[in-house]
Design a protein around this ligand. Sequence first.
Ligand code: FE2
Ligand code: FE2
Length: 145
Amino acid sequence: MNKERIIGILNEAVEREIGAVFQYMGQHYRFPKKTHPIAREMLERIAVEEMKHIEAFSKRIVALGGQESIKSSKVIWETDFSKMIKLDMAIEDEAIAMYKRHIAICEEEGDTETKAIYEDILADEERHHKLFAEIKKILEEGIEG
Ligand SMILES: [Fe+2]
Ligand SMILES: [Fe+2]
């Protein structure tokens, strides 16, 4: 197994997750409590899950003898609520595609432990994508806001 290669992909993932935390948490407190309680609450919960992803990936990096990144991927600040959620769906789509590629690399390297971490997190990202689609519907239908 090429440890450096695995540490490299894990750090790419960590940076994505750090970006997602900032993005979703920043959106969380931009949604007013009074008019958008559901979107506000969901964004905070998803941000906390992304933080747990940083933890899982970083722990694995350290276990492999590497150094975890503390850099963030690009964060895009949107002010329009509907645009924010569309952006979040795109972010989840990108994460899903990246983690699938990373799972294939874990297979190539015969790293079943890292692969299992990616599979758990991939399932979360697929769920997040569905949740953002729900939030988008709520916003479009004027259920809140
Ligand atoms: Fe994540
Ligand atoms: Fe996610």
